[in-house]
Structures are given as structure tokens and as C-alpha cells.
Ligand binder design. Structure first.
Ligand code: NDP
Length: 327
């Protein structure tokens, strides 16, 4: 009889510290660029008349040991009002030799940590190393994870946070654990102007960032939109930027940031300068000057969840963490 390891939210948070996750995500994106992992486009179940959706995100990795992963993530926008994470679900890890299910892991914890970890990798690779001012638009789960992640890769002097509901920005700033001051501001513009690094982590459908607010040399991580019908940046920003993405195929099919700029600014696939993994393995260049505006569009990839699941499985087994269930 085989066994399945079950890892709960708190297990994931304990076993996947941000510093380690950042290196893990750099490796996973490098592996994708080298062709060592593979994933189809995700499949989204969106029943008519429903506000919620279910996303199915499968991936395979051939080395160091073969493995399949599948994240099933349900997004319920009303959850934060219930005190729950909007992202719910599980990451399943399968043995790549036999197909046996090895682990079932809390997806909300994996998603929050790995997404911020990927943005940290992008920021380390693309932002100016002397960046001092961080702007975060949004104050939810991803905003918290990103504040932690950004501080791991650059030495910021201050952060400004804006959120649609100003009390949420104020509560975020008051509770923030950072080695620099975190200030709540009244508008997205006040957060973004003269920031060196901007992180957008909202569920906005229409732009909350205007091209005219971004100073030369800014790096933007656009994280909140993962679907064709939502975006956080205006098309002028996408058109003006050196555009980096997690994956080209996903971007041209799934990214509202990209697809709306195609409609409004006439950009095409050749506007995408590189996948982040290509920059990491040295097959594509990153930022080309201190004045360049760089944008990283993060859609979230199944290979990131698979890499996190493999790491968590190995570590939990060696440390005896989690529940082992006969299966
Ligand atoms: P939360 O529900 O925890 O937070 C949502 C945030 O978005 C809140 O700060 C909320 O502001 C803000 N917001 C909601 N609607 C609007 C709007 N119309 N205009 C401006 N702001 C708005 O979500 P998460 O932090 O978990 O996720 C944030 C976004 O990131 C989501 O869209 C999610 O799908 C996406 N995401 C992307 C991933 C990736 O890999 N790229 C992975 C995980 C999530 P307030 O509370 O102040 O009203």
C-alpha cells in the first residue's frame, strides 16, 4: 500500500521560508528555460453566472527525479470578507516513475509564498540594485508576502502602500514587519510616483497605474491579473516598457496586461523581450540601462507549484512533518 503525505497551511509556511523559496523559484524558472520541465496552458473552469473559478495547473519535471504536479486552485473573491484566503485548493505531487500520489499540499500557502518568491527573483534580476523606494498597490495576502519577499532582495529605505479601501492600507502599514518604514498613502499615484520598484497585487479589472506616474528606471512586478479580462497597468506602460514574462505562451493566451496592449497599442509577441528564466540562464539580456522601465508580468506557473511541492515533500519527509495517510 502506498502512502500520501498531507501538508497543512502552517506546515507549508514553516517548511518553505521565503529565502529558500526565492532560490527554488530561480531554479524552477531556469529549468523551464532549459526545457527540463514542461507544462500545458492551465485550464480554467468558470461556470456562467459564478463569481468563483477553478483553475487546473498541471506540470512535469524530468530532473533531478521525474515528477508530475497538479495544482487545483479555487478562487473565491468573497473569501477575504469571510476571513479566508481567496485562493483555496491543493497541490498534488505524483511519483514520476509510477504515477503514485505522493503528497497533497495546501495550495493557498504555496501560492502566496511562491508568487512572491518569483517576483523577488524578477526584482533581483531586473530592478536597479540601488532601488530604495518600494510601492505596493494592494493590501491582501499577496501584498503581505511581497513586502517580505522584496525586502529579501533589495535594501529599501521605505515602502508606500495603497489599497482601494484606505483602512486596509492603514492596517497593512500598522501591522507590517519590515526593517524600513511602511506608510499608507491615499492614492495609487502617491504610492507610485518616484518609486523605484512597484508591485501591483490587486484584483482590479481596469488599470490602477498610469504610465505618466512611473519614473525612468522603475521596475514593476504586475502580479494581480492572471486572466485575459483583468489588468492593473495601462497599455501605454506595457508599450513603453521592456517587457519580461514568466512564460510567453501563457502571456499571449492569458494575460490581460498583454492582450489589452495588443488591442490598444498594437504591440505583438516580439514586444516580449524575454522570459524571466531566459534571463536567469543567460540566454536573454535583462535591463539595458538605469533609465529603462522594466515590467515583469507574472501569471503564475504550474512548474512553480511543482517545484515547491517537490521541495516540501522532501523536507517534510526528512523532518517528520505532516500527516502520512495510507492510500
Ligand atoms: P486578496 O483578496 O487577499 O487581496 C485583493 C486586493 O485587491 C485587496 O488589496 C483589495 O483591496 C484589492 N482590490 C480588489 N478589487 C479591487 C479593484 N477593483 N481595484 C483595486 N483594488 C482592488 O487577494 P490576493 O492578495 O491573494 O491576490 C491579489 C491578486 O493577485 C488577485 O487578483 C489574484 O488572482 C492574483 N494572484 C496572482 C498570482 C500569480 O501567480 N500571478 C498568484 C496569486 C494571486 P481592498 O481590500 O483595499 O479593497
Amino acid at each position: 500500500m502506498s502512502e500520501v503525505l498531507v501538508l497543512a497551511h502552517e506546515d507549508v509556511k514553516r517548511l518553505l521560508p521565503m529565502d529558500e523559496c526565492i532560490e527554488l523559484m530561480a531554479e524552477a524558472l531556469g529549468d523551464l528555460a532549459r526545457g527540463r520541465s514542461w507544462q500545458p496552458l492551465r485550464f480554467v473552469v468558470r461556470p456562467p453566472e459564478e463569481q468563483s473559478l477553478m483553475g487546473l495547473m498541471p506540470a512535469h519535471r524530468s530532473s533531478p527525479e521525474p515528477a508530475y504536479g497538479l495544482k487545483t486552485v479555487c478562487i473565491f473573491p468573497g473569501n477575504p470578507a469571510r476571513g479566508l484566503d481567496a485562493h483555496q485548493g491543493g497541490v498534488m505531487l505524483f511519483d514520476g516513475e509510477t504515477g503514485e500520489l505522493r503528497a497533497l499540499i495546501d495550495a493557498s500557502a504555496v501560492t502566496s509564498i511562491r508568487t512572491a518568491g518569483v517576483s523577488a527573483v524578477a526584482t533581483r534580476a531586473l530592478a536597479r540594485p540601488d532601488s530604495k523606494v518600494l510601492a505596493i498597490l494592494g493590501s491582501g495576502v499577496q501584498a503581505r508576502a511581497h513586502l517580505e519577499a522584496m525586502a529579501r532582495v533589495l535594501s529599501f529605505d521605505q515602502a508606500r502602500v495603497w489599497s482601494r479601501t484606505s483602512e486596509h492600507a492603514q492596517a497593512f502599514a500598522a501591522e507590517a514587519e519590515a526593517s524600513f518604514p511602511v506608510e499608507a498613502v491615499d492614492s495609487a499615484e502617491a504610492a507610485v510616483r518616484e518609486a523605484d520598484v512597484v508591485v501591483t497585487v490587486t484584483s482590479a479589472r481596469e488599470p490602477i497605474v498610469d504610465r505618466g506616474w512611473l519614473a525612468p528606471g522603475t521596475h514593476v512586478n504586475a502580479v494581480g491579473s492572471s486572466i485575459p479580462t483583468a489588468r492593473e497597468l495601462d497599455s501605454a506602460t506595457i508599450a513603453a516598457a521592456a517587457l519580461f514574462v514568466d512564460r510567453r505562451e501563457s502571456t499571449v493566451n492569458e494575460s490581460g496586461e498583454y492582450l489589452r496592449a495588443v488591442e490598444e497599442e498594437g504591440i505583438g509577441p516580439d514586444h516580449i523581450r524575454a522570459e524571466l528564466g531566459e534571463v536567469l540562464v543567460g540566454s536573454a539580456a535583462g535591463r539595458d540601462s538605469d533609465e529603462e522601465l522594466t515590467v515583469f508580468v507574472s501569471l503564475g506557473l504550474a512548474v512553480e507549484d511543482l517545484a515547491a511541492a517537490e521541495y516540501l515533500y522532501r523536507r517534510a519527509r526528512s523532518e517528520g512533518v505532516g500527516a502520512v495517510v495510507p492510500f
